[in-house]
Structure formats: structure tokens, C-alpha cells
Design a protein around this ligand. Structure first.
Ligand SMILES: Cc1cc2nc3c(=O)[nH]c(=O)nc-3n(C[C@H](O)[C@H](O)[C@H](O)COP(=O)(O)OP(=O)(O)OC[C@H]3O[C@@H](n4cnc5c(N)ncnc54)[C@H](O)[C@@H]3O)c2cc1C
Length: 478
């Protein structure tokens, strides 16, 4: 037997995704090298093995070695939200920040096609997309006048910065029905579950995407995509809880970034975790040790944890030993970016017009506020009419300016990642406000460790609110 170390790839251009998964699965019981195992397999033998071990005996993690790339085009942003709700996968979608939208690029969902409100839906889409195009025109002189040219910056680079600034503001008008494209990379285990969830959706568009994904998935992963029946249980839970939740009187909270829960001993627990990792005592001993330190010693220990960290280095895993729960309200444009952070637990509420909408300051300064608010009011009016019979499909008409409520839980490690990435100057001001708001609450309770995020001191959630928004929760007329 050859005992030389080897690292090599099993190429998807030579082996099917299922054969690769089975090759890896077989190493569990076979002493042979992977390439020998793979050479003995063909599609039929792989299928038989998968049926027996992966599908039959529940060794499901093996299916994670079979990966598929799915190109999804011209689907609504509402559908993209649902697809990207599958945590253990990778996505890249068309950006509202870097592209301008074609006025015909919106879906007409089946629920609306079949409804007496179809013509009003089409009128609203025309209005929103033409308001979006007019806003871009109106914002151009504003963005050029408020974007000073930097020293040595070319005319082209400056014009592009000014254009992006206008697009960042105009995006508030785009509705959830807007079409986009998303590239998805998923393993077979996630894909099977994603299909089940899509087929159980309350929205016809997502059920259709689920059925098409199943057909495409089965071409490449015929034995691994097996159990895809819709999950009836989800529908039952939805029905039972919707009734109870809507029986509660609505209490309007004005706090848009509320920390619900955090551990006052969180910093000590993290430092104890790091001591534990490099020591040989029990965790209780390490925690006692940290709790008995004076503030100066504890601060110095925290400094040692971060002082050598480079900009491309990740924080240690022990930062996961404390977490924070937030109840957040943010505009839908910000939520669309927020949802991409897979390492958090997130529970968004449905996209409605009930929490009012944001008016970006650029809209007001460009003299476009009246038209903007008129479009939001129209969207609110139609949303409420559609919601009476189609509460889920009504979300299609809701523009990005409207607020969304989301419950989330994240640990300090993910807080470092999220707050640093999303408070950076190249991030959109809506998500910068969320990142700053969360950071301010975290640093208040855990100043020693969160202080090492080293965020630029130039901005605060308050300054972003006043500098970039005329209103963050304008209520349309009821
Ligand atoms: C300036 C900017 C522009 C952007 N433009 C676009 C765009 O045009 N289109 C678009 O679709 N998105 C865009 N994004 C979103 C971006 O691609 C990320 O999806 C998003 O920021 C979430 O970040 P994350 O994946 O690092 O975070 P999380 O999901 O929160 O993950 C946290 C960390 O966990 C690790 N991790 C999580 N999952 C994996 C995995 N599967 N494999 C390896 N490591 C993993 C990584 O270290 C990651 O940083 C943009 C983001 C920024 C900041």
C-alpha cells in the first residue's frame, strides 16, 4: 500500500456530482485511495450505493459532497428572499446598487393574474417603475452637486460615483415584484430540503420555482434528490400561529434597534473560552480566573487577543461564546442585504406597509419628495386591498422604502464580521445605520471586546439617520 501523502482533486468535469459523493462515502469502509474507488464506480453503481446508504440508511451528510450550480433568472426579489433563506448555500444576486432596472422587469404573480385587481397591479407597477426612472433623472444633478471630485479622480470615476449615489437613493422605489437573477451553489442535502420548502410556499411563484428546481436538480442528482414532498406541517403551523398572532392588539414600538437579550458576563465567558483552549483546566476554573482579574489585567488580556490580528484575519471561534438578540426595524432595501448574513438566526416578519416607509434625504433635496410619497401611498393603498384576499401575494407591491421587522440573534464573532463589513464607507447608508445601531448596543454592554472592532468614529446611527433620511418611518394615510 502506498503511504505517500497525496492531495488532489476529483474533477467534476470527469466525474458526476453523485459519483464524487459516493467516492467519498466509500472511504468510510474501503482502504482504497479515492481515485481507485472512483475508477471502480459508474453511474449505475453510484446510484445503487446512494439508494442504499444515503437515501435508505439516512447517512445524509454524504449528499453534501454533491454540489450543483443553479442559474435562476427573472424571478421576483420576493422569491429570491425565500431561496436565500436556505442557510448552508452560496448566492450572488443582481444588485439594486450597481444596476438600473428595466421598467418591464417585474413579475405578475398567479394570485394577481387571477384577481380582479390585476389591472390596478399593472398600473401600480408602471407608476413605480416610471417614478424610479424619473427619480434617477431628478437625482442626477443632486448627486453630481453633492459628490465633490477627489484629487486626481478621473471624470469617468467621479461620474460613476455620482451615478451610484443616485441609484442608491432611487432603489427605495423598486417593489418586491422587481425581477432579478441569482446564482446559487448548493449541495444535494440542502437542495432537497430547499425544494421541499419551496413546494410548501404560500406563493405560487415560489412553488413553480421549486418544481423547476426539482426537474433541473434531478438531471444532475437523480438519486440524491428523492424526498421532496411539500411539508404540510409548515402550513399547519403558519395557519395556527397567524390566527393567534393577529389576535394580539398592535403596539407600535418606536425603538427600531432594540437589544432584547445579552449576557452581562459575556466578555468573561469569551476570555475564559480562550484560556480554556490554550490551557488544561476545566472551563469553570478558567472562568473563575477571569472573574477574579482586576479590570486592567482583563483589558490587557483582551488586547492580546486582538492586537496581532491582521485585516484579513478572522476572529477566534471562542468569540461565539456570547450572543445578542435584537428586535430590528429597517427598510426593505437594508433587509435584503441583512438577510445575506447566514451565520445569524433571523426571523423576518412578512413584508407589509404597516410600519411606514423611509424617505431618503436625497429624494427631498432633489425636489422629488411629493412624487415619491405619492408612489408610496399608492403602493400602500393597493397593498391593503390585495391583502384582504391574498395576504402573502400583497407583498409583491411593497417598495424597498417600506419598513420590515426582523428578530435576530448573533454571537460576538458574527457581530465583528457584520458590523465591520456593513458599517464601512462603501456600504449602503441604510445597512450602515443598522450595523452602527447594533454596534452601539453591543459596545455598551461589552465595551472591552467590542471596542476592538475599531469602527471608524466618524458616524453614528443617529448621524446616519439625520444625514441620510428625511424620515425613517413616514406613515401613509390609513
Ligand atoms: C461592498 C459589497 C458589495 C456587495 N455586492 C453584492 C452583489 O452585487 N451581489 C450579491 O449577491 N451580494 C453582494 N454583497 C453581499 C456579499 O456577497 C455577502 O453575501 C454578504 O455581505 C454576506 O456576507 P458573508 O457571506 O461574509 O456573511 P455571513 O453569511 O454572515 O458569513 C459570515 C462569515 O462566515 C463564513 N462563511 C459563511 N458561509 C460560508 C460559506 N458557505 N463558505 C465559506 N465561508 C462561509 C465567511 O467567513 C463569512 O464572512 C456585497 C457585499 C458588500 C460588502
Amino acid at each position: 500500500m502506498d503511504l505517500e501523502r497525496r492531495v488532489y482533486r476529483l474533477s467534476p468535469s470527469q466525474l458526476s456530482a453523485e459519483t464524487i459523493a459516493v467516492t467519498f462515502a466509500k472511504t468510510s469502509r474501503s482502504p482504497e485511495p479515492f481515485d481507485v474507488i472512483a475508477a471502480e464506480l459508474d453511474e449505475e453503481k453510484s446510484a445503487k450505493f446512494s439508494e442504499k446508504w444515503i437515501v435508505g440508511y439516512g447517512h445524509s451528510s454524504v449528499a453534501e459532497h454533491a454540489v450543483i450550480h443553479l442559474a435562476m433568472e427573472n424571478i421576483s426579489r420576493l422569491a429570491i428572499e425565500s431561496i436565500e433563506g436556505n442557510r448552508l448555500a452560496s448566492y450572488t444576486e443582481k444588485s439594486t446598487r450597481y444596476q438600473e432596472w428595466n421598467p418591464k422587469a417585474f413579475v405578475i404573480p398567479d394570485e394577481i393574474q387571477a384577481s380582479s385587481l390585476k389591472s390596478e397591479y399593472l398600473q401600480l407597477m408602471d407608476q413605480l417603475f416610471s417614478t424610479y426612472a424619473q427619480a434617477l433623472q431628478a437625482l442626477k444633478p443632486w448627486s453630481e452637486a453633492t459628490t465633490p471630485r477627489m484629487e486626481g479622480e478621473s471624470e469617468k470615476a467621479w461620474a460613476n460615483r455620482a451615478r451610484v449615489k443616485a441609484v442608491d437613493v432611487a432603489r427605495f422605489i423598486l417593489p418586491a415584484a422587481s425581477m432579478a437573477n441569482v446564482g446559487v451553489t448548493m449541495n444535494a442535502r440542502v437542495l432537497e430540503y430547499a425544494i421541499k420548502k419551496m413546494l410548501s410556499s404560500e406563493l405560487a411563484e415560489i412553488r413553480m420555482i421549486g418544481a423547476e428546481t426539482k426537474c433541473v436538480g434531478m438531471q444532475e442528482l437523480p438519486t440524491l434528490i428523492k424526498h421532496t414532498d411539500p411539508i404540510a406541517y409548515y402550513g399547519e403551523v403558519r395557519k395556527s400561529f397567524t390566527g393567534v398572532a393577529h389576535a394580539i392588539d398592535t403596539i407600535r414600538s418606536t425603538e427600531w434597534c432594540k437589544m432584547l437579550d445579552a449576557d452581562p458576563y459575556g466578555e468573561a465567558k469569551i476570555l475564559a473560552g480562550v484560556l480554556y483552549r490554550f490551557g488544561d483546566d476545566s472551563y469553570s476554573v478558567a472562568l473563575d480566573q477571569v472573574q477574579n482579574m482586576d479590570d486592567e489585567t482583563r483589558q490587557s488580556l483582551a488586547g492580546k487577543l486582538f492586537e496581532r490580528m491582521g485585516i484579513h484575519d478572522q476572529t477566534l471561534r471562542e468569540l461565539e461564546y456570547t450572543d445578542y438578540t435584537f428586535d430590528l426595524v429597517m427598510d426593505q432595501g437594508a433587509y435584503f442585504e441583512f438577510k445575506r448574513h447566514r451565520m445569524m438566526s433571523q426571523t423576518p416578519q412578512a413584508l407589509t406597509t404597516n410600519l411606514g416607509f423611509a424617505i431618503p434625504k436625497g429624494i427631498s433635496e432633489a425636489g422629488f419628495e411629493e412624487k415619491f410619497c405619492a408612489a408610496m401611498d399608492q403602493a400602500n393603498e393597493l397593498y391593503n386591498r390585495i391583502a384582504k384576499s391574498e395576504p402573502y401575494a400583497a407583498s409583491y407591491v411593497v417598495p424597498n422604502a417600506f419598513n420590515r421587522r426582523v428578530l435576530c440573534r448573533l454571537n460576538l464573532r458574527e457581530s465583528f464580521h457584520f458590523c465591520k463589513l456593513r458599517s464601512a464607507s462603501n456600504a449602503h447608508f441604510s445597512i450602515r445605520r443598522v450595523a452602527r445601531g447594533m454596534y452601539e448596543k453591543i459596545v455598551e454592554i461589552h465595551p472591552i471586546l467590542a471596542g476592538f472592532m475599531n469602527l471608524d468614529e466618524g458616524e453614528s446611527s443617529h448621524s446616519i439617520t439625520t444625514d441620510y433620511f428625511s424620515s425613517v418611518d413616514k406613515r401613509p394615510p390609513s
